[in-house]
Ligand binder design. Structure first.
Ligand SMILES: CC(C)(COP(=O)(O)OP(=O)(O)OC[C@H]1O[C@@H](n2cnc3c(N)ncnc32)[C@H](O)[C@@H]1OP(=O)(O)O)[C@@H](O)C(=O)NCCC(=O)NCCS
Length: 143
């Protein structure tokens, strides 16, 4: 597996994987808009196959995790952990001091991952998600 920056050419693969992982997928236009300077998208590849991806948006001293997903058949193999380590390193190199994210209250797998990476819950946002409607846990970690 290699982890490298996502480029415009990867967007069809990215949209396909996003659709498979989220009830409200982003679509290619949203991914295209997020290729700018303040956004850092990274993908995990097995040959030509995209097996996971993660996006951070860098604002002042905080890297906000916008999206993180791993293809179903590659889960529990450490792919997300490696992506998160890469994203944390990228954010540190930009001089950022914190990483923050929102996660569905019921998303036990993601919450366990973030907890193992040192994230702590700093708040709750009521009815943040739709399809299905659900509260978000707001998590933060020092970089
Ligand atoms: C959450 C997600 C990204 C985790 O990806 P992954 O590559 O399977 O995670 P990793 O293999 O790197 O797991 C790292 C640690 O996270 C925790 N973890 C991951 N999946 C877990 C699960 N299903 N149950 C409990 N703990 C889990 C464990 O602590 C794991 O370490 P371990 O395997 O040594 O016990 C993946 O399940 C996914 O894509 N889910 C759908 C999209 C999603 O919910 N994204 C997050 C939105 S905030």
């Amino acid at each position: 597996m290699i982890i490298r920056r996502i480029t415009e050419e990867d967007i069809p693969l990215l949209s396909e994987l996003d659709k498979a992982c989220f009830s409200v997928p982003w679509g290619p236009d949203s991914f295209r808009m997020l290729l700018g300077d303040s956004c850092d998208p990274y993908g995990a590849f097995e040959g030509e196959k995209l097996i996971g991806f993660g996006y951070i948006l860098c604002i002042v001293d905080d890297a906000e995790l916008l999206r993180l997903a791993v293809r179903q058949e590659y889960r529990r193999m450490g792919v997300a952990r490696k992506l998160m380590e890469t994203l944390k390193q990228v954010a540190r190199e930009k001089g950022l001091t914190h990483m923050s994210l929102e996660v569905r209250e019921s998303n036990a797998a993601a919450k366990a991952l973030y907890e193992s990476l040192g994230f702590v819950q700093v708040g709750t946002i009521n009815n943040y998600y739709r399809q299905p409607k659900e509260n978000a846990c707001l998590l933060s970690a020092e970089l």
